[in-house]
Design a protein around this ligand. Structure first.
Ligand code: FO1
Length: 308
């Protein structure tokens, strides 16, 4: 079995850790979001790629859902003394990842080459591919104007009203090497329980990826990140509403509907089964809240059962 997973950050990391505990990591290829990449102190930070790499390497700070467990923040404190902006909390060990990435990008390597070097060095057996090597930046329109995703999410704490969302650069981007093949050759394609608009949306915005999903031979299964009328974490609700989607598993299905076969949704959402069937998506109930590793593995096992 070859599984290709479309992934954002924290929710995807939890699920992928469960998945790679129940099948060999080498059987999994991750297509990761780069829409929330940011330039911080001149360094190229790729939060979602790093969150997935750290999770699969056993390094992730699981309480925060990002960064490295036990990291210190001495550089951050020193930057504050120098009067630099410190709203984006870069840990000292995490900083090494961004120095490594930025240096290698400057010497002409692509983001996919650097990401591959990072995951191999950290002992991650799954391939991790950025959706594109070209910049695709999630921009959020608020009443005060456009913000970068991290400015909206971290600096402004996702408080501003969201009027629109755009993926700047997507029209000029191409899928990174291996991305279309990973979709084409997969036995199954999984859409992790990530924010549809800002984690999966930037992947889908890269020309060629939606067509590849539409033509894929493998079954395509998504796990809803929404339980009831609220996201399990983060600002997905606000962003979905701004894009005219209902904040529910049905809204998730509507967004993925052109190419989705199956939606795994939480048992608490049993009432949505018939509306999902009407959309032409096969709904399956499961315990989707991954509050510990056992629950993440159980969800991964349930998903794999559906595929065999
Ligand atoms: N999220 C926060 O809420 N506050 C932070 O200061 C922060 C720093 C940070 C540093 C490195 C990194 O890889 C991720 C970081 N995140 C932080 C998480 C990140 O903003 C989001 O989780 C993702 O972009 C959304 O998936």
């Amino acid at each position: 079995m070859r599984v290709t997973a479309l992934a954002g950050g924290t929710g995807a990391a939890k699920f992928l850790r469960g998945l790679t505990a129940v099948i060999a990591p080498e059987q999994v290829t991750v297509i990761g979001n780069t829409g929330d990449d940011a330039l911080i102190w001149g360094l190229h930070v790729s939060p979602d790629l790093d969150t997935v790499i750290y999770a699969l390497a056993g390094l992730l700070d699981e309480s925060k859902g990002w960064g490295i467990r036990g990291d210190s923040f001495r550089c951050l404190a020193a930057m504050a003394t120098l009067g630099r902006e410190t709203w984006f909390n870069l840990g000292d060990r995490d900083l090494a990842t961004h120095l490594f990435r930025t240096e290698r990008l400057r010497t002409g390597e692509s983001l996919s080459q650097v990401t591959d070097a990072l995951r191999r060095t950290l002992g991650v057996g799954s391939r991790i591919l950025p959706a594109s090597d070209a910049p695709v930046s999630t921009r959020i329109l608020t009443p005060e104007g456009w913000l970068g995703f991290q400015e909206f999410f971290v600096r402004e704490k996702a408080r501003p009203e969201v009027l629109d969302v755009a993926y700047a650069g997507a029209d000029l981007a191409h899928p990174a090497p291996g991305v279309l093949e990973a979709i084409e050759m997969a036995t199954a394609i999984l859409v992790c329980p990530s924010n549809p608009i800002t984690s999966i949306g930037p992947i889908l915005a890269v020309p060629g990826i939606v067509d590849a999903l539409g033509a894929a031979r493998g079954e395509i299964l998504a796990i809803s990140p929404i339980v009831g009328d609220a996201p399990v974490s983060g600002p997905a609700g606000k962003l979905m509403a701004a894009r005219g989607l209902s904040v529910s598993a049905t809204g998730v299905a509507r967004f993925y509907r052109p190419w989705l076969d199956t939606l795994v949704l939480d048992r608490r959402d049993e009432a949505l089964l018939s509306s999902l069937q009407e959309l032409g998506v096969t709904p399956v109930l499961a315990d989707t809240l991954m509050t510990d590793r056992e629950k993440a593995e159980a969800l991964a096992r349930r998903v794999l059962e559906l595929l065999t």
